[in-house]
Every structure is written in structure tokens, then in C-alpha cells.
Design a protein around this ligand. Structure first.
Ligand SMILES: Nc1ncnc2c1ncn2[C@@H]1O[C@H](COP(=O)(O)OP(=O)(O)OP(=O)(O)O)[C@@H](O)[C@H]1O
Ligand SMILES: [Mg+2]
Length: 262
């Protein structure tokens, strides 16, 4: 399970109200695409889900339990850039989270424990299509490869919720299409709920089960600080997509079988 309940959520920075009374139930295994104008609070919302920041008011529950106000391994995140560590190799980046978890003080594992994590990391690297690049550093990878790496780094922790903040926004269209195929495959295979911010409507409708729009209902300049954004639209994709299942309408395009091996 990995259902999120967001109830009457408010976020203020000083005098500025950014999010105003946001409520949404996100079912387990959903893939929610979050869209909305620049500055309306999408990244802020994601940071609240991550636990990187606390809300001013309201509740965020994961499987009925209030989220701790700090990031934890049950929530993974990938940003548009800079999610990976430049001084670690591909293998080092993917192993890092596990090393930190396994050995809090030294962030290094030894012996059999290290071997197990390394095997797992290599499998994850293969799953995102980066086999052969294990010893490379991020600067030696293309943008698309770096985002594959960032996905592997997040997914090896087996998060219940994967948070994506415009992860593919900086990629060229061709590369973006390739990584969409990968993203679908990962979502079908890993038992996680995904919340992705995007500016690209096509991307939203290609990947999501549900497209949610944030907007400031009152957006005159003098109103901007006093009124925050809230959910103005919530569209369930049709034909419906379900994690782990091929769509009966477009099994060639939507489903775990069609995307295997890509
Ligand atoms: N740490 C902060 N301190 C003060 N104000 C902040 C902080 N973070 C965000 N804001 C403000 O909150 C508002 C929403 O910012 P946010 O980055 O969440 O928007 P966004 O929807 O992600 O925009 P974009 O689409 O451009 O990425 C902005 O007005 C921003 O200035
Ligand atoms: Mg943003």
C-alpha cells in the first residue's frame, strides 16, 4: 500500500500564501501528474510530500499515518537536475543510499553486506539501461543517462512514493520519449505511487493515471500574496491505466508486457 491523503493543506512563507486548502486522496499505485503555471507551488507541494519542509496547516498521511517531517527511505525523489552526486561513479551513486542506511556512521559497507548491495545496484543499473556505465562519473553521461541514474538511485531504496520534479524537462524530445517508456516500465514493475510535476501536457497524458492542475483562483498582482494555489482540476485518464496491467484498449502502448526489454 502507498496511498496518500492530503487534507486541508496550507503552506505560507512569511506573508505569502503559496498553497491554500489543498485536499486530495491519491490511491495506492496511482501515477499523478501535477501541472500548473510557474510559481504556483508545485515544487513546494512536492517538498511537503518529501518531508523536506513542513506545512503551515493541514495533514499529509501515508497509508493513514502522518508523514514524518523529514525525508525518509519510503519517499524517493528525482529533480530536473543535480539529483546525483558528481564525485561518485554510477555504481557509487546507486549504492550510496543503501550504504548510508546500512552503516550510518561511515557510509560504507564491507564484506557480504557490501556484495549484496553491489549486486542489487548492478541489477538496478541494468533495469534503467545503464549497463556498461557503472564506472563512469555523472559528468561523463548525457542528460538522459543522468536522469536514468537518478531514477536508479531513488528506486533502489524501494520507495513507497516516488516524487518527480520535472525530471525530464531538460531532455531533448527523442530522449524524453525513450525515458517515458522506461518510466512506464518502472511504474508497472515497482510497487510505488508516483507524483510527478511537469510542464509538458503531452508527458502528463502519456504517463499519468490522473492529471491534477494547481492554480491560483485569484491571481491579480495585488492578490498574489494573499491567496494561494489550490487544485482546480483533477482528470482521470481515459482509457484507464492501472499499474501492472495492460490496458484493454491499447495493450501495445499501455502495459507492462508491451514495454518489457526497452
Ligand atoms: N523557501 C522559500 N521561501 C520563500 N518563498 C518560497 C520558497 N520556496 C518557494 N517560495 C515561493 O513559493 C511560490 C511557489 O514556488 P514553487 O517553486 O513551489 O513553484 P512551482 O509551481 O514549482 O514553479 P515552477 O513551475 O516555476 O517550478 C513562489 O512564489 C516562490 O517564490
Ligand atoms: Mg517547480
Amino acid at each position: 500500500m502507498s496511498a496518500l491523503s492530503i487534507r486541508n493543506l496550507w503552506k505560507e512563507y512569511g506573508d505569502q500564501i503559496v498553497l491554500e486548502n489543498v485536499s486530495i486522496e491519491i490511491e495506492s499505485r496511482a501515477f499523478v501528474a501535477l501541472v500548473g503555471p510557474s510559481g504556483c507551488g508545485k515544487s513546494t507541494f512536492l517538498r511537503l510530500l518529501l518531508g523536506q519542509e513542513g506545512q503551515t496547516r493541514g495533514e499529509i498521511l501515508l497509508d493513514g499515518v502522518p508523514l514524518p517531517r523529514e525525508p525518509g527511505p519510503d519517499r524517493g525523489v528525482v529533480f530536473q537536475r543535480y539529483s546525483v552526486f558528481p564525485h561518485l561513479t554510477v555504481l557509487g551513486n546507486v549504492m550510496f543510499g543503501k550504504e548510508l542506511q546500512g552503516s550510518r556512521r561511515a557510509a560504507r559497507l564491507f564484506g557480504a553486506a557490501r556484495h549484496t548491495v553491489e549486486e542489487e545496484a548492478r541489477a538496478m543499473i541494468a533495469a534503467v539501461g545503464l549497463s556498461g556505465s557503472e564506472a563512469k562519473y555523472p559528468a561523463q553521461l548525457s542528460g538522459g543517462m543522468q536522469q536514468r541514474l537518478a531514477l536508479a538511485q531513488a528506486l533502489i531504496m524501494r520507495p513507497k512514493v516516488l516524487l518527480l520534479d520535472e525530471p525530464f524537462g531538460a531532455l531533448d524530445p527523442g530522449i524524453r520519449t525513450e525515458i517515458h517508456v522506461l518510466m512506464k516500465k518502472l511504474w508497472h514493475e515497482a510497487p510505488m505511487t508516483v507524483v510527478m510535476v511537469t510542464h509538458d501536457m503531452r508527458e502528463a497524458f502519456t504517463l499519468a493515471t490522473r492529471v491534477v492542475a494547481f492554480e491560483r483562483p485569484r491571481d491579480r498582482p495585488e492578490e498574489r500574496l494573499r491567496y494561494g494555489a489550490t487544485i482546480t482540476r483533477d482528470i482521470t485518464i481515459w482509457p484507464p491505466r492501472q499499474a501492472g496491467q495492460a490496458s484493454i484498449f491499447r495493450p501495445d502502448r499501455d502495459g507492462p508486457v508491451a514495454s518489457q526489454g526497452q
